[in-house]
Design a protein around this ligand. Sequence first.
Ligand code: PLP
Length: 405
Amino acid sequence: MTTQVQVAQPGVTSRLVEQADASLMYIVTRPPRVFVRGKGSYLWDADGRRYLDFIQGWAVNCLGHCPPAVVRALNRQGKLLLNGSPALYNEPMIELAALLTEHSALDKVFFANSGAEANEGALKLARKYGAARLDGAYEVITTWNSFHGRTLAMMSASGKKNWETLFEPKVPGFIKVPFNDLEAARKAITHKTCAIMVEPVQGEGGVFVAEDAYLRGLRELCDEHGLLLILDEIQTGIGRTGSLFAYEQYGIEPDVMTLGKGLGGGFPVAALLAKDAACVFEAGDQGGTFCGQPLAMAAAKAVLDEMTRRNLPRRARTRGNHLRRRLRELGKEFGFTEIRGKGLLMAADLPQEKGAEIVAKTTDRGLLINAPRPATLRFMPALTVSNAEIDEMADILRGVLKEAL
Ligand code: PLP
């Protein structure tokens, strides 16, 4: 593997970062580096430095950077039909919908552009279902520490404590209960409830895994009360946790499921899937200019083909076991207080609140990881990651931990 871009331009970064600060709206402090190229588990910046990427676009690039199958599909589709219309059928749209329904327990698909948009669709579907079938019920039970996106309604649905006072007034109709607390969910159900919405693993919240009995219990509660169970699989879906969809590991089926992130392997696309009984939209209720856009459909179809052809969910399980082993070794040496996760969505809790410092230091040494909480590190490499790359990550991290802790 080469460590240099073909034409490295040392020094170009500072000029680009200056330009960026002058014209990009501030939303986050980015490291002062500009990324120009990616391949598999690696990224290169404008100065020709290589980085081992264990963030992968926030658990998006499930096949790694620039996967040839997706690039080929985009090229092919770009020459055939770049954009049709949301109100016209196109071929990859039909093929992808068929693939998703064939491989999941859901019957119908609506395509969106982002996870938040797919979740908005799920909530609209639930409210319509409540209006039509549950005597006007409209409330949705969600959980504390959850993350469902950044539209106003999804910020209202999410359980991030520091969002509670942001952008008031919020969209009403969300009742929040503690995660993994079945009793709390049971007590929150009233005649106004139409659905319960959870993530099988709270990814952005710090990688907290739903217990088996909890998800199964929520399924039973929904059945008992005629409510919709909505699973937000935007981060957990498409193989990340070791099965194509995380719900498969719980022996239950959701009524509604949302996908995003890994679905397009780096191309922006999301999906809302539902059982036939929950498909209550009428013409005009839902849509969007780029819904079912042919390029996005072709990219996602290539991802699903690769997922199934190469059995990448199984690979996420075996590579996930190796990652867990390496994290356990580091944990023993540096006193991690917990290691948790499923497949290739893993986190480690540090003995001190030094997540941000450690992330900055690993970046300096050519490793990208993420700290979703002050004392938590998160690892979400490509599902195609090798054991050698996991070892390389652990070695770099070890060097930084020695210095920081
Ligand atoms: N739901 C979950 C579980 C997520 O992890 C995310 C993004 O991190 C979202 C929804 C929002 O997706 P998007 O950023 O594509 O809108």
